[in-house]
Design a protein around this ligand. Structure first.
Ligand code: CDT
Length: 289
């Protein structure tokens, strides 16, 4: 945050589960054994220095963390915090990848479905002060970025800046051997660039990078404009700060033209999107006669 301030940033975005290891790779039979990874309050003793820095440097920040509610519910959560230390927006991850039980077939576990409930806050957008300007702010967390439905729900609320932290391994840990390594970054960037273009918004997609607990995360953080272009990209596998100017007025062009939702969307033809979860095979074409 000190460095970001020196480089003129007004908002800092941290990755998903930023201050802990990506603990869903470790199995605990008893969930309570994982509670030391969770924050019971925000600020908590571990996160208070970030709130102090925000006030001192007049910097807004986004933080991904594991949330344990007073009722004992657990979520994969992210917040955007105003420089005053007030929480402006909170989001709980909806698309939880992985599995809930120990999987002996896997080289590395991905137990998000064990440690977290599906987020119950929807995909909220709020108009808020963002540095010297105001803008419409939304949050996605990691795997959410791959789902166009999530972006479109934000787009329907005129989102202008999407903050998205992620932890993505360099290898497909389900490891059926079919996914080439170089495609992992392509799929991440493709998803964020398409989400921005199709919803006329900026995004800061921020990764953990390098080796964590012995496992490699692919990094490649990007900042993307409403044309879907990458305007800043991480170039190392180390701690790194990337900075970009996001002129939110650039969101206007797409919203008024090709993606003017009010003029061009056809929700009457989209019923399947909310009526159905898994895909269904189509009917067989039968030649006439
Ligand atoms: N953290 C997270 O959501 N990671 C996923 C990898 C899933 S592999 C089971 C991602 O979509 O990047």
């Amino acid at each position: 945050m000190e460095t970001a301030h020196r480089r003129g940033a007004e908002i800092v975005v941290y990755p998903e589960l930023a201050l802990t290891t990506f603990f869903p790779r470790w199995y605990h039979a008893d969930l309570a054994e994982a509670d030391h990874w969770f924050e019971a309050t925000l600020p908590s003793p571990a996160t208070a220095p970030l709130f102090d820095a925000a006030r001192r440097l007049n910097l807004g920040f986004h933080l991904g963390y594991a949330e344990r509610t007073p009722e004992g519910r657990r979520f994969n959560t992210a917040v955007y915090v105003h420089p005053s230390g007030e929480i402006v927006l909170k989001y709980r991850k909806v698309h939880l990848p992985g599995h809930a039980e120990y999987d002996p077939q896997r080289h590395v576990q991905h137990l998000e479905k064990r440690y977290f409930e599906v987020g119950d806050l929807g995909f909220p957008v709020v108009r808020a002060p963002l540095g010297a300007t105001h803008g419409n702010l939304g949050i996605l967390i990691c795997n959410d970025r791959r789902w166009p439905e999530a972006w479109r729900v934000l787009g329907l609320q005129q989102v202008e800046l999407v903050l998205c932290g992620y932890n993505t391994p360099s290898l497909n840990m389900e490891n059926r051997g079919f996914e080439a390594h170089h495609l992992r970054v392509l799929h991440s960037h493709l998803s964020v660039q398409a989400g921005c273009y199709q919803n006329s918004c900026f995004a800061a997609a921020v990764a953990k990078a390098g080796t964590e607990d012995g496992y490699e995360l692919f990094g490649h953080s990007i900042i993307v404009n409403p044309q879907g272009e990458i305007i800043a990209q991480a170039t190392t596998w180390d701690d790194e700060l990337i900075v970009a100017d996001c002129d939110l007025a650039q969101c206007d062009l797409g919203r008024r033209t090709i993606f003017d939702f009010a003029r061009h969307r056809r929700p009457e033809a989209y019923a399947r999107i909310t009526a159905q979860t898994g895909s269904e095979a189509p009917p067989e074409w039968v030649p006439p006669g």
